[in-house]
Design a protein around this ligand. Structure first.
Ligand code: COI
Length: 419
């Protein structure tokens, strides 16, 4: 991590006139801002900013649930553009504190408003909060890539917003509108621009959270909700990097059950995989592949990603029927595969079919497209391909990442250019 931490970073960072909690010394200047939003949200922090020259600016319009609209004005000095001082060649998938996080609370009327950028740091929660006591919380994951021309690309952020809405409905939480979600993501990414890896070195992982932050003792929805976004520069998810991963099939523990919450991104779904995952890792496997809890013979997903099998020209993946997370990478890979002439089936996929496949790969925001080198089931190991990554996995990975990184023309209209 860079020495000096977030405070040092703030001296060189963008100013969001409406969203950023300003320093005391900037009060007079900012109060003359035309933004009513800013005035309502003002809550100064004792930060110090240095004067900057050679400002570049960027702005976009934003509206919030209470009907008001505002413009997010982004001003960055040339110094702001200088990269964080970290080892960009050795990024893994871990938390690296950056400069800012975004926070927005839900008022009593069920609407989110008053979002603001704050310094990245710990948050305060009641010990009785819904998230801590009853796991009333969701998360999302998406990535921002830096292009060679300096532009920043987001990949289908509105899909994450919609999935959060779906999950929120399942566990009785209000959720930000799609527009609020996407604008908050944009603001957070721009505020942390110097943490976006250079092209080819990785991406900025964006982690939106929605939680019951209000105190509640009896089992019931919390009285207050917080939407929060933090970011971290990341490289490959698996320690294998781009090399194929080795999975073991879990036959006793299950990730999800029919009627449960496996189909939405609740935080608890991920706690449920830790025991089997830890045991598998201790035995040298990369991760665990779960089976359905009823028949115990159909594939579900891996701890953090969806799974696909390839047999000839056929690609199959478990259908979304309540226990499978509707991955955005999963959905994108299906569309890419169809556009390349593959036959794609979303249905039950049995263990027998898996063990007989030509190739197996996993998909997810964090893992992107991760080829599987072997699967172990009841002590029997089946390997895929003789020379590393399978042809289909490689082809789909290459097409998807070229789109995400802005290396190919986006005929799908999936990418959002930030600046
Ligand atoms: C993602 O792929 O973004 C996820 O949400 C998986 C996460 C558990 C690392």
């Amino acid at each position: 991590m860079e020495s000096g931490g977030a405070l040092a970073g703030l001296h060189r960072n963008p100013t969001f006139h409406h969203l950023l909690r300003p320093p005391r010394t900037a009060v007079n200047n900012l109060l003359s801002s035309s933004s009513s939003t800013y005035k309502r949200h003002f809550s100064p922090l004792p930060l110090k900013f240095q004067k900057q020259s050679h400002f570049a600016s960027y702005s976009y319009n934003c509206s919030i649930n209470d009907g008001s609209a505002f413009q997010v004005a982004y001003s960055a000095s040339s110094a702001t553009q200088s990269l964080a001082n970290i080892d960009w060649d050795n990024l893994g998938f871990g938390v690296m504190p950056t400069d800012y996080m975004y926070s927005m609370k839900c008022s009593q009327d069920g609407n989110f408003s008053k979002g603001e950028l704050q310094r990245f740091g710990n948050i305060e929660l009641s010990p009785a909060s819904g998230i801590l006591n009853y796991g009333q919380g969701l998360f999302e994951g998406l990535k921002a890539y830096k292009r060679h021309d300096g532009n920043i690309l987001l990949f289908r952020p509105e899909e994450n917003a919609l999935r959060m809405k779906m999950g929120a409905e399942r566990i009785c939480m209000p959720s930000p509108s799609v527009e609020q979600f996407v604008e908050a993501v944009k603001a957070t990414v721009l505020a942390n621009e110097r943490w976006i890896p250079p092209p080819g070195k990785g991406s900025l992982y964006i982690r939106p959270l929605l939680m019951g932050s209000g105190a509640i003792l009896g089992v019931a929805p919390a009285p207050e909700y917080t939407f929060l976004i933090y970011v971290s520069p990341v490289g490959n998810y698996f320690k294998e990097g781009m090399a194929p991963i080795n999975l073991v099939i879990e036959t006793e523990m299950h990730r999800a059950t029919p009627g449960g919450t496996g189909g939405v991104k609740t935080i608890g779904n991920y706690a449920a995989v830790l025991k089997a995952q830890s045991a598998a890792k201790a035995k040298g496997y990369s991760d665990v592949l779960y089976l359905d809890s009823v028949n115990k013979r159909y594939l579900e997903e891996v701890s953090s990603c969806n799974v696909f099998i390839v047999k000839g020209n056929l690609i199959a993946t478990p259908a979304i029927k309540g226990t499978i997370l509707p991955g955005i990478t999963r959905k994108s890979i299906i569309d890419v595969a169809l556009s390349q002439g593959f036959q794609v089936e979303e249905r039950q996929v049995s263990v027998d079919e898996l063990l007989d496949a030509d190739e197996v790969f996993c998909t997810g925001t964090a893992v992107v497209v991760s080829p599987v080198g072997s699967i172990t089931h009841l002590g029997k190991r089946v390997s895929y391909g003789s020379d590393g990554v399978g042809r289909v996995s490689k082809q789909l990975y290459s097409t998807l990442t070229s789109l995400q990184m802005g290396l190919a023309t986006d005929n799908m209209n999936w990418t959002v250019v930030l600046k």
